[in-house]
Design a protein around this ligand. Structure first.
Ligand SMILES: Nc1ncnc2c1ncn2[C@@H]1O[C@H](COP(=O)(O)OP(=O)(O)O)[C@@H](O)[C@H]1O
Ligand SMILES: Cc1cn([C@H]2C[C@H](O)[C@@H](COP(=O)(O)OP(=O)(O)O)O2)c(=O)[nH]c1=O
Length: 206
C-alpha cells in the first residue's frame, strides 16, 4: 500500500522516532522494518562494517541486504496492502556509500543508483531527520557500539548528500528538524504518515 522510509545521519534520532511511531500508529498496524538487518544477509553486512574489509564489498553487501529485504519483507507486505515503515532504505546507500566509495570507484553515486535501477521500489515518502553535526556527535557520544561512519567529516558529507536528494525530490522528501523536542518530532511525523496513507487510499478509490 504505502512505503515510508526514515533517513538521517547516525545520531539524528531515528531509533527514538521509530519507538514513538510504534505506539502512536498502532491502529494502522504498520510493518516496521529496517536496513540493514531485516534478514540474515544483514548479519554479513554488520560483520563487513565491523571488520572494514573493503568499501566495495561493504557497499555490495548493503545492496544484497536490500534485495533480500524487498523479497522477504517489503514486497509481501505491500502486496497485502500494508503500511511499511523502514528505518533506513536505499537513500542510506546513495548518501553513505557515495562517501565511502569516493576515490575508490569513479562516480560512486551513479554506480549505486544504477545498481538499484529496475528492481528496487522507490518509497512513497521519506522523512529526513536533519541535525547539526555537533549535536549528532554529542548524542552519539552517549551511545555504545559506534560504527566507522560516525566521524565528523563522513557525517557532514553524508548529511549534505541527503539534503541534495531532498532538494532534487521535494515531493518525496520531508525534512524534519531533529532538534525539536522528541514528542514534537514524533507527533509531526505520525500526522504526516497518516496523511500519506489517506492519500494512498483516495488514489486507489479513483
Ligand atoms: N529530538 C530529540 N531531542 C533530544 N535528544 C534526542 C532526540 N531524539 C533522540 N535523542 C537522543 O539522541 C540519542 C541518539 O538518538 P537515536 O534515536 O539512537 O539516533 P539514531 O537511531 O538516529 O542513531 C539518544 O540518546 C536519544 O535519546
Ligand atoms: C542501510 C545502510 C546503513 N548504513 C550505515 C549507517 C549506520 O552507520 C550503519 C548501521 O545502520 P543502523 O543500524 O541503522 O545504525 P543507527 O541506528 O546508528 O543509525 O550502517 C550505510 O552506510 N549504508 C546503508 O545502505
Amino acid at each position: 500500500m504505502v512505503l515510508v522510509t526514515l533517513e538521517g545521519i547516525d545520531g539524528s534520532g531515528k531509533s527514538t522516532l521509530l519507538a514513538a511511531l510504534k505506539e502512536s500508529l498502532e491502529d494502522l498496524s504498520p510493518v516496521f522494518t529496517r536496513e540493514p538487518g531485516a534478514t540474515w544477509v544483514g548479519d554479513s553486512v554488520r560483520r563487513a562494517i565491523a571488520e572494514q574489509i573493503d568499501p566495495v564489498c561493504e557497499a555490495t553487501l548493503f545492496v544484497a541486504d536490500h534485495a533480500a529485504h524487498l523479497a522477504t519483507v517489503v514486497r509481501p507486505a505491500l502486496a497485502e496492502h500494508k503500511l511499511v515503515i523502514s528505518d533506513r532504505y536505499s537513500d542510506s546507500r546513495f548518501a553513505y556509500q557515495a562517501v565511502t566509495l569516493e576515490g575508490v570507484i569513479p562516480e560512486p553515486e551513479r554506480w549505486l543508483r544504477a545498481m538499484h535501477d529496475g528492481w528496487s521500489i522507490v518509497p512513497d515518502k521519506t522523512f529526513l531527520l536533519a541535525i547539526p553535526i555537533d549535536d549528532a556527535l554529542a548524542r552519539l557520544s552517549k551511545k555504545s557500539g559506534r560504527e566507522h561512519f560516525e566521524r565528523r567529516d563522513v557525517l557532514e558529507k553524508v548529511q549534505n548528500r541527503y539534503m541534495e536528494f531532498a532538494r532534487a525530490e521535494p515531493d518525496r522528501f520531508v525534512i524534519v528538524d531533529s532538534m525539536l523536542d522528541k514528542d514534537a518530532v514524533a507527533e509531526f511525523v505520525a500526522g504526516a504518515i497518516r496523511q500519506v496513507v489517506a492519500e494512498g487510499k483516495k488514489r486507489r478509490r479513483k
